[in-house]
Design a protein around this ligand. Structure first.
Ligand code: AHR
Length: 502
């Protein structure tokens, strides 16, 4: 039998609620159709924002949303997206299908969406094709309370009060779509751009530098070496997509992980293995950063992460639309558990992306919408936000599998635990595709008053929600009898959250 030990008296750190953050890019139908349909749409909306999407997002308590990209950010000029919509210029979205960008969704719309769903805005500035002056002016436009030309322009455009945007990204993937820089060149650009970004109106800016892809260490070392003791940096945003690349960097998902909905057991396991690699990346990235920043004044962020499946039939390949199954739900849950366990090392994460793109919370089709299994994980796990992560120990059997001639091992169970006031939350994932796993759960010393259990499980590992059947995969909740040491059998391929009142 497996054993899960929870050390309620052994705190790790507060789980920064921003670990449960999101990312919305001008890509495919994430913004247009997904969030924004315009006031004249027949789809029920408030000021142009889809009511169904706003309600669904609000319910999972998104702490922060990153925007406008992604690769789009380094080709975006914020002045295009302000003022009367009919006068905003149309541009080509060079990264994502060369779609026409109407700029109908700009800074004011983004801030309004964030307010509607209760999230803090995180804006990514254009370093690759923009200027330091342009980014400086965006900060002034958003945050200056007083009488400047830019703040008056903001007031004329409908917002006399400043937006108070705290989180600013200084470029995105500047080693790639953000300008193909080397880490030393980027460090020079980072210093130049951030020198001009100021805490207008007490906005207490939190500046985030571009980190590496897939945990690449040379970028991190090169950047921090060149940055020296430059103080205006608060976060370092790395990216990790759980997909396979060949040595030249070309993605090879189909061979190893199948498609979004069609995979066999070993491909299921391989996808989960890729997700679990995040733990090693967190440890390695933080260890390199600790060499330059031993007091951890600069926070490690994963501001893009998630599954990335082959293009779906019937969708433009550059729109990155994909279905989302129980397998994606398990990747989400195991990754969030990694971040919870390493709450002393990770301060924010933004899953890619909110709606209709990659590992989405929500899919829409005209006036229909569905919540994905990943959405339900975010709903079940929101109780971890701002709670104190406590130490756990999972003693489980291994799952052994092979892929392309290599042998791999996965744990059968993985998870995390946190305490907030008198609520102890234990989240547990059974990674086994077809075997229930019995475990003894030991929270020795804790006095249990009552407990509830929320389970996301389905007897088919390919299960997902469709527009015809949007509630095929939903969590089940029940009250359970637990004490400080009990035995529970976890269903195969399941995500489980115990909420225990002590
Ligand atoms: O999320 C899709 C793309 O992936 C982003 O635009 C880019 O930053 C990353 O490569």
């Amino acid at each position: 039998m497996s054993t899960i030990r929870v050390y309620v008296d052994n705190p790790v750190a507060t789980i920064n609620k921003n670990i449960y953050g999101h990312f919305a890019e001008h890509l495919g139908s994430c913004i247009y159709e997904g969030i924004w349909v315009g006031e004249d749409s027949s789809i029920p909306n408030t000021n142009g924002f889809r009511n169904d999407v706003v309600e669904a997002m609000k319910a999972i308590a998104p702490p922060v949303i990153r925007w406008p990209g992604g690769c789009f950010a380094d080709d975006y000029h914020w002045q295009d997206g302000i003022g009367p919509r009919e006068s905003r210029p149309s541009r080509i979205n060079i990264w994502w299908g060369e779609d026409v960008e109407t700029n109908h969704f700009g800074t004011h719309e983004f801030i309004e969406f964030c307010r509607m769903v209760g999230a803090d805005p995180y804006i990514v500035g254009n370093v690759g094709s923009g200027t330091a002056n342009e980014l400086r002016n965006w900060v002034e436009y958003c945050n200056v309370p007083g009488n400047t030309t830019l703040s008056q322009q903001r007031a004329t455009n409908g917002s006399p009060e400043p937006f108070g945007v705290k989180y600013w990204g200084v470029g995105n993937e500047n080693w790639g779509c953000g300008g193909k820089m080397d880490p030393q060149d980027y460090a020079i650009e980072y210093k130049r751009f951030s020198t001009y970004l100021r805490d207008f109106g007490g906005s207490n800016l939190f500046l985030i530098a571009c980190g590496p892809l897939q945990g690449e260490s040379d970028w991190t070392r090169g950047f921090f070496e060149k940055l020296g003791d430059f103080p205006k940096i608060h976060g370092f945003g790395a990216h990790y997509y759980a997909r396979v690349r060949d040595p030249e960097g070309t993605p090879l998902p189909e061979m190893f992980t199948g498609t979004a909905t069609d995979y066999h057991n070993d491909q299921w396991y391989y996808q989960l293995h890729l997700g679990l690699e995040m733990e090693d990346l967190v440890l390695r990235q933080r260890a390199i950063m600790d060499g330059y920043d031993p007091e951890r004044k600069i926070g490690l962020i994963w501001d893009e992460w998630g599954t990335w499946h082959p293009p779906a039939e019937g969708h433009h390949p550059r729109h990155l639309w994909q279905q989302n199954t129980m397998r994606d739900a398990l990747v989400a849950a195991t990754t969030l558990d990694i971040f919870n366990r390493h709450a002393d090392k990770v301060i924010m994460s933004n899953i890619a992306q909110t709606i209709n793109v990659l590992q989405a919370m929500i899919l829409t089709d005209g006036n229909k919408m569905l919540k994905t299994p990943t959405y339900h994980v975010y709903d079940m796990y929101k109780v971890h936000q701002d709670a104190t992560s406590v130490a756990t120990r999972f003693e489980t059997d291994d799952i052994n599998f092979s892929m392309k001639g290599e042998d791999y091992t996965l744990p059968t169970l993985s998870g995390s635990a946190s305490i907030n006031g008198d609520i102890l939350t234990i989240s547990v994932v059974n990674l086994h595709a077809d075997t229930p796993i019995e475990a003894n759960i030991d929270i020795k010393g804790a006095m249990v008053k009552e407990a509830a259990l929320h389970v996301l499980a389905y007897d088919d590992i390919h299960a997902h929600n469709t527009f015809d059947d949007p509630n095929e995969v939903v969590p089940q909740s029940s009250s359970v009898n637990v004490n400080d040491n009990w035995t529970y059998t976890f269903q195969p391929a399941s995500v489980n959250v115990f909420k225990i009142r002590l």
